[in-house]
Design a protein around this ligand. Structure first.
Ligand code: 1GP
Length: 263
């Protein structure tokens, strides 16, 4: 049996024709965006029941999209369940897969990630080759993204066998962003790792922003306060991602989101 293509469904249900256009237009209007990360590994069983409620709260708080994914323990079924809970809340649901098991047919788009500073070709091009036919079959919109691990790195850095760029070597980060731009990537995601003790320093982001041109700069990992969020945006981040603070203290996200939006 053939399933309907997601694109056709998306057009009838949502206000955007493509997630990439939605992101680009919203950045032009609002200055910077906030993405809420939900890890299916932490949202199964009883916890899954709270996902929709949390999602609604985050949309009311002004989040611009959901990212669904994680580095460890995510099956396609888990991703499906979380994506379905978050659908229809008015903002896109975008996959942020740690591996090919994180591809859900129900999502609006997928960050098609290449972990550029991995030492293992699997995370640079191997998983992408295995995942591409699945993504094509599901009709998912792809957002070509250079994934760059910085500093602490967390589970993403460990699992992805990355050589994280030190916080005090921003010129290396900028060189990666430059290479990503030259390769035709549309997004670069500077990742400190979920739960990083300190987020990526503004100077590091500033170096990357200086060379990014049309590329959209995503920054995440360790952002838990409005001050840090604002500092990242002032330094040139187009999108900030928060995961841990959403799980621990969603109320705090109201201030975080307010702090990054143009008044
Ligand atoms: C992880 O960048 C994200 O990919 C979010 O990190 O959980 O520290 O907010 P936090």
């Amino acid at each position: 049996m053939r399933l309907p293509r997601r694109k056709a469904l998306r057009r009838t249900q949502n206000n955007w024709s493509s997630v990439h256009d939605y992101i680009t237009n919203k950045i032009a209007e609002e200055g910077a965006l906030h993405f809420t990360l939900i890890d299916p590994d932490k949202a199964y069983g009883e916890a899954l029941k709270n996902v929709r409620k949390l999602g609604k709260f985050m949309v009311e708080a002004g989040t611009d999209a959901f990212l669904v994914g994680g580095s460890v323990g995510v099956s396609e079924r888990d991703a499906d369940a979380v994506v379905q809970e978050l659908k229809g809340l008015g903002v896109p649901v975008i996959l942020f897969p740690g591996n090919i098991t994180g591809i859900s047919r129900y999502a609006d788009a997928i960050l098609f990630l290449s972990l550029l500073n991995s030492d293992d070709p699997y995370f640079i091009i191997g998983a992408q080759v295995l995942g591409a036919p699945i993504i094509e079959r599901y009709g998912l919109e792809t957002l070509p993204t250079a994934y760059i691990i910085v500093g602490y790195g967390g589970a993403a850095g460990y699992v992805g066998k990355a050589r994280p760029i030190p916080y005090d070597r921003p010129e290396i980060g900028a060189a990666y962003v430059l290479a990503a731009r030259m390769m035709g990537m549309k997004y670069a995601y500077l990742e400190a790792g979920s739960g990083a003790p300190e987020p990526i320093p503004p100077t590091f982001i500033r170096y990357a922003a200086k060379v990014k041109k049309n590329l959209t700069l995503i920054v995440g990992g360790g952002i838990r306060s409005p001050e840090k969020a604002k500092a990242a945006v002032r330094a040139g981040a187009d999108i900030i991602v928060t995961g841990t603070i959403v799980e621990k203290d969603p109320e705090k996200c109201v201030e975080i989101i307010k702090s990054i939006k143009r008044k």
